[in-house]
Write a protein that binds this ligand. Sequence first.
Ligand code: PMP
Length: 284
Amino acid sequence: MSRIVYVNGEYLPEENATISIFDRGFLFADGVYEVTSVIDGKILAFDGHVERLQRSLRELQMDTPCTMEELEAIHRELIVRNNLVEGLIYLQVTRGAADRDFAFPVGVKPSLVLFTQAKNILNNPVVENGIKVISIPDIRWHRRDIKTVQLLAPSLGKMAAKAAGADDAWLVEDGFVTEGTSNNVYIVKKDGTIVTRNLSTDILHGITRAAVLKCANEAQMKIEERPFTIAEAQDAAEAFFTSASAFACSVVEIDGVKIGNGTPGETAKRLREIYLIETMKTAK
Ligand code: PMP
């Protein structure tokens, strides 16, 4: 069945939705995006995602396509029109369409596209088994705190992981792990301390990261925000990752080395549970 998607003010069947070939998102990856999860027809952590979207737009001197209230109304309308109970909503803003020129065009209206993806996100087989990752060099640009649509490097990373029989790749720069191809990453030391890279322009400031660390803090877990190496991760008691669509999931193998006993750890499981309870409280 065809979805109803949103494109620049219109709700259309997906096969009728179009964007100009001159759109700078297409020509220059000149765009930003957000992905939110939907459970029971409600959007998780909406405010956090909207705040980050505004920050991404600001950092790139890009105009806002509409008010944040309108944005919420569009999300809601797509949930209704597509009978979305569980899944994802993808949102993309680009600088808009203009004749090809590296310099930003003046007075161009940004493009806004949203679509839904019905998906089972609660009963994810990955939670039961955990994932295997490989490490690869982080070849992305140096403003990873801006959620741009330049996703070729992460895409190549996922392909390298697949080719190696793994599920994802952890990116390494100057000897330290930055993040996963599409998630923030953590290790749990043998004394129970959670270690995750500190916020900077080196990583995306995950909305799930912020919420999970808040949950961990409230549950009296010890947290260290600092870079760590692959060797330290391989020697850890647990490893896991977070993202808006996966919540918290275990990593059970890194570069062929089993983490702990090679099965999903208790810290990740517990944080996933607490995160879901807490985040559902504010779901809209
Ligand atoms: N890092 C990267 C590179 C990502 O692409 C994502 C998810 N889009 C994340 C971290 C996790 O962010 P969030 O929890 O906001 O989904």
